[in-house]
Design a protein around this ligand. Sequence first.
Ligand code: ATP
Ligand code: MG
Length: 161
Amino acid sequence: MIRLRSNSPAATLRLGRKLGALLTAGDVICLSGGLGAGKTCFCRGIGIGFGAQTQLNSPSYNLVHEHQRAQDETRLYHLDCYRLDNPQAAPSLGIDDILDGSGAVIMEWAERIDPFLPSERLWIVFDIRGESRRDLHCQAVGDRHSSLLADFLRALEKDDA
Ligand SMILES: Nc1ncnc2c1ncn2[C@@H]1O[C@H](COP(=O)(O)OP(=O)(O)OP(=O)(O)O)[C@@H](O)[C@H]1O
Ligand SMILES: [Mg+2]
């Protein structure tokens, strides 16, 4: 388990940006943590780092948003499972197609669809530690996501913004 610390929304956005720049098709990023913990802020950064042509926001009506980028065909799927009362409804979101490996997937409230998630993933739990302090607990399962986490940590060591 790796713990990262953020002291501001801008810092969380930067963390997301660094991870987003590394994402490739087949990556699965699961986010959990309470209301206002910073998951959407992090996702917005992911979208910027990924090069998404549309901003990642809180998905309101649709639980799934699909984003494209200019440089290639890789898709970024952003899910927010908060409103999913019953995990059995997950298949109706097209979750199997989303997880078929053709795009990178980032999920808020991922624990709500836990039974449908692949076992190999990067899980990030947001912990509210103060008004502007958040701890991010990161745990990778599988070789692929372990090396993604290692690359993410290396990218964070570079002291560019
Ligand atoms: N270090 C921080 N990182 C991220 N957000 C922070 C931080 N400190 C304070 N905040 C504030 O916390 C809130 C985070 O909101 P955000 O929508 O990202 O949370 P969320 O985890 O997606 O919540 P929800 O589950 O309700 O969608 C924002 O109002 C933001 O300004
Ligand atoms: Mg959110």
